[in-house]
Design a protein around this ligand. Structure first.
Ligand code: A2R
Length: 313
């Protein structure tokens, strides 16, 4: 008789290729198919060692409590703020995620937003499409990021990848983290406000969660000023969205490029209506190549746990 496959609960969010690998290696229970949680956990709870989820859905502590054999939560995404990692640790559950494999594409998304805001991509696309070019003449001039002062709020794996790429644009790199980095020569600032006060563009790339909630507040936005541009590719919670709306609608900020929002997938109407804002639907890592790598790592972390009780990341 063959051994039954180890069982996992699948919340969602894996790309197709990793989906297949997950079903091949494990007995998969899909959250969407569970209509009676109590009946399900009474029947299957003792068998489920792993949960596969994503940075948006996470896993509630109720579910952690309902799965007594749960050992690993594997999150497809580097940000795991939707999972209470302390609560998981208190229950002896390991939380694993997908760092590094998405550095390049999230950094590229930040650069795309830097270019789209500084060069007014949306305005000029409309200028070309609408016929304004023929009737009104040349579009108004834009700004260059070449040689600009760029502030990186959160110089971690993604922040450092971004800083490296921005050197090709001859940018002057400034940053703030809670701990100054000895191995880089970029300009350090002891507070987000001091950083914002110095730079033309502020790129936010910290983790989400309580520790960074509204790290970019009205004071930081005021320091960035009416000539400044805010780019957020981290989590919506890091920026005080009400303060951002206020700054944008009152001409106290030049532009904003946003991939993330406080109440995703809802976006504040004032941001949708403003021509000073470039919006993306949280797609920082959303390329075929990077999502494939993230999906593979999500499944490999579970397999690794099964093999020797350790996750890869
Ligand atoms: O503060 P430090 O020295 O721990 O530096 C980290 C910084 N950071 C903060 N900076 C200022 N105030 C805070 N309260 C704060 N908390 C964290 O953010 C570090 O430089 C950076 C995070 O880097 P990593 O942990 O390497 O994260 P990674 O892979 O770059 O991803 C960042 C986030 C994800 O958590 C997702 O939310 C998003 O990017 O995709």
């Amino acid at each position: 008789m063959t051994e039954p496959k180890p069982a996992v609960l699948y919340v969602g969010g894996l790309p197709a290729q990793a989906h297949d690998a997950l079903y091949e290696a494990f007995h998969v229970h899909t959250l969407a198919d569970i209509h009676d949680r109590e009946a399900f956990t009474a029947e299957q709870g003792e068998r489920i060692f792993g949960v596969v989820t994503n940075g948006h859905d996470g896993l509630s502590t109720d579910w952690m409590d309902a799965l007594p054999a749960l050992k690993v939560i594997s999150c497809c995404g580097v940000g795991y703020d939707a999972i209470d990692a302390n609560a998981a640790a208190a229950r002896g559950i390991t939380v694993t995620h997908t760092p590094n494999v998405l550095n390049a594409d999230v950094a590229n998304t930040a650069i795309m937003l830097l270019l789209a805001t500084s060069r007014q991509l949306l305005r000029d696309d409309a200028w070309a499409r609408s016929g304004d070019w023929a009737t009104l003449g040349a579009a108004p001039l834009t700004r260059s990021i070449d040689g600009a002062k760029v502030g990186i709020l959160g110089l971690g794996r993604i922040g450092e990848a971004l800083a490296t790429k921005l050197q090709a644009f001859h940018c002057e790199i400034h940053y703030h983290t809670r701990t100054q980095r000895d191995h880089v020569s970029y300009h350090y600032h002891p507070t987000p406000t001091a950083l914002a006060d110095t730079v033309d563009y502020l790129v936010v790339i910290t983790p989400g969660g309580d520790a960074t909630r509204h790290l970019v507040n009205a004071e930081v936005l005021a320091a960035l000023g009416s000539e400044g541009t805010l780019i957020n590719v981290s989590r919506g919670s890091v920026v005080d969205e009400a303060a951002l709306v206020d700054a944008i609608t009152n001409d106290q900020l030049h532009m904003a490029g946003l991939d993330v929002f406080e109440n995703e997938p809802a976006i504040h109407d004032a941001l949708k209506q403003s021509n000073r804002v470039v919006l993306l639907p949280h797609v920082g890592s959303a390329t075929v190549e990077t999502r494939r790598a993230m999906g593979d790592l999500t499944v490999d972390n579970l397999k690794s746990w099964q093999q020797d009780g350790r996750v890869l990341t």
